[in-house]
Design a protein around this ligand. Structure first.
Ligand SMILES: Nc1ncnc2c1ncn2[C@@H]1O[C@H](COP(=O)(O)OP(=O)(O)OP(=O)(O)O)[C@@H](O)[C@H]1O
Length: 482
């Protein structure tokens, strides 16, 4: 081992006479000749930092080198290292390098190029062993070029020119990444910068030299991809608060009795699975028991739809006003439009002594479950995806993107059903609409304890609100799991 730092050495040719040298430290000297000596056979670590070197040369004769420190010199290009297959640690901080090159064949675990003139990250794609990368104090604008470095645990990009949060997507799949430094980049002024980065890179434990807390992780997920439960809780809270701010109104028809809640039936499933038509037909056939609960929506009517029959079609402004007036039990945004169920809609049905039948998306179900209502929930499930897609296409109402979205949500329903046994009271496959209706009809008859009537007789139970309630909520529930 030879240590001669902080001298005025210019020439190192004497090292040629030290064939067993393993470690050489000649930092802070005046050397300009890069490796100007005969190669000691086992030379492993060299520190040439703070010297006057400008040009690298072929180091194939120095094949044992594992650590090379060349900080604070004047190199403008990386070259000659191709044969140094044992080199794992390379530091070239504060040189004049403007392009990363000549590293592809190395097995580096540590690379430092701090304080150079780099504008982009390139030439690193083969450094699969890289664990620590320091590219601070350069002019880098994008994180592209890092996406395949799966062992990276630490990246320092302080003082660069990264502007967009979306750049983090390039390092999203680096599951071992724990420490990221983006201090003094323009990205820092982006709104909610820290939460967005924490959300995109959920394995980080340190961001910008500050520990990422569990609270930050939870808030970031709740902000950018809230679980259905959280969305529902917020939705419920919003409507409850607005409702409490209004003069109290007594909704006497839907008030639950001491024993039974007001009876409701909710059909749920992905858009276009046929639940709206099923709900209408059910209410027609069982008109003594059910009526269709009319939701509000800001979307325009489709051909054949009628105001106050399929929906209350309202403007976005009216919808917002209704929210502030505490009218809704739940609302939801779907496909860029608002949908909501008002207490009044249910009350209108209840006043007739009937049970309310509505259809809604899964988020609506989550919200409704937070309310005082306790409906039966029936999931209409398209198990044949292609058939479901064809049906959506043949409706001629949806764009390809809307169809994709509806299809992608099938899994959301399936997952909810798998993970939350009993969440849906029943699941009915809806690949064939007529069959689905017959199953639904049979189920409702079971709910209502109705026997098939012999021709011409009419021996139905009296359809008052309480008796439907008793039937809907006391008969046995058949759970069908996917
Ligand atoms: N109050 C509500 N809360 C949550 N979802 C709702 C509500 N009202 C309607 N929806 C649902 O929003 C989705 C979009 O409604 P829209 O009426 O545009 O659907 P659609 O194209 O006619 O398909 P569908 O036949 O399933 O109703 C549907 O799945 C519908 O069931």
């Amino acid at each position: 081992k030879l240590e001669l730092p902080n001298n005025k050495i210019k020439d190192l040719s004497c090292v040629s006479h030290m064939p067993y040298l393993v470690i050489l430290d000649v930092s802070h000297n005046e050397i300009f000749n890069f490796f100007g000596f005969q190669p000691p056979k086992n030379l492993k670590e060299v520190n040439f930092s703070h010297n006057r070197m400008t040009k690298m040369k072929d180091l194939s004769a120095y094949s044992c080198l594992s650590k090379l420190d060349l900080d604070h010199n004047s190199f403008s290009e990386i070259s000659g290292l191709e044969q140094c297959c044992k080199l794992t640690h390379l530091s070239l901080a504060h040189n004049k390098i403007s392009r990363i090159s000549g590293l592809a064949s190395l097995h580096l675990t540590y690379l430092c190029l701090r304080g150079n003139q780099l504008e982009r990250i390139e030439g690193l794609e083969n450094l699969k062993n890289l664990q620590v990368l320091d590219l601070s104090q350069n002019r880098i604008t994008s994180l592209s070029g890092l996406q395949n470095l799966y062992l990276l645990g630490s990246i320092n990009l302080e003082k660069n020119r990264i502007t967009e949060i979306q750049e983090c997507k390039h390092i999203h799949d680096l599951f071992l990444l724990r420490d990221l430094n983006l201090l003094e980049n323009p990205i820092q002024v982006q709104q909610d910068y820290r939460l967005s980065v924490v959300f995109l890179l959920q394995h980080l434990t340190v961001l910008d030299q500050e520990k990422v807390t569990a609270e930050e992780k939870v808030s970031s997920v709740n902000k950018y991809d809230p679980p259905l439960d959280v969305v529902a809780a917020r939705n419920h809270m919003t409507h409850l608060v607005y409702q409490l701010m209004q003069p109290q109104q007594l909704y006497d028809s839907t008030l639950p009795s001491a024993e039974y809640p007001y009876p409701m039936l909710v059909l749920t499933g992905p858009q276009g699975c046929g639940k709206r038509e099923l709900a209408h037909r059910l209410c027609q056939e069982f008109s003594e028991y059910f009526a269709y609960g009319i939701c509000h929506t800001t979307r325009g009517p489709y051909f054949g739809e009628e105001n106050e029959i399929d929906y209350h079609f309202v403007s976005e402004e009216d919808f917002q006003n209704m929210i502030h007036m505490g009218k809704f039990i739940q609302t939801m945004q779907y496909g860029g439009h608002s949908f909501g169920l008002t207490r009044d809609s249910i009350e209108d049905v209840a006043r007739e002594g009937l049970a309310c039948c509505v259809h809604m998306e899964l988020e609506g179900v989550f919200s409704l479950k937070k309310s005082c209502f306790e409906p039966r929930y029936i999931l209409l499930f398209p198990s044949q995806v292609e058939k479901y897609k064809d049906r959506l296409k043949s409706r001629g109402l949806y764009t390809p993107a809307q169809i994709e979205m509806a299809v992608s949500r099938i899994e959301l329903y399936a997952k909810t059903n798998r993970q939350r046994p009993g969440f849906f009271d029943n699941v009915i496959p809806c690949d064939d609409w007529e069959e689905a209706y017959q199953t639904l009809r049979q189920l409702v008859k079971e709910y209502l304890l109705l026997e098939e009537e012999p021709e011409g007789e009419n021996n139905r139970a009296s359809p008052d609100n309480t008796s439907i309630g008793v039937c809907l909520f006391t008969c046995s529930v058949h759970h069908h799991y996917l």
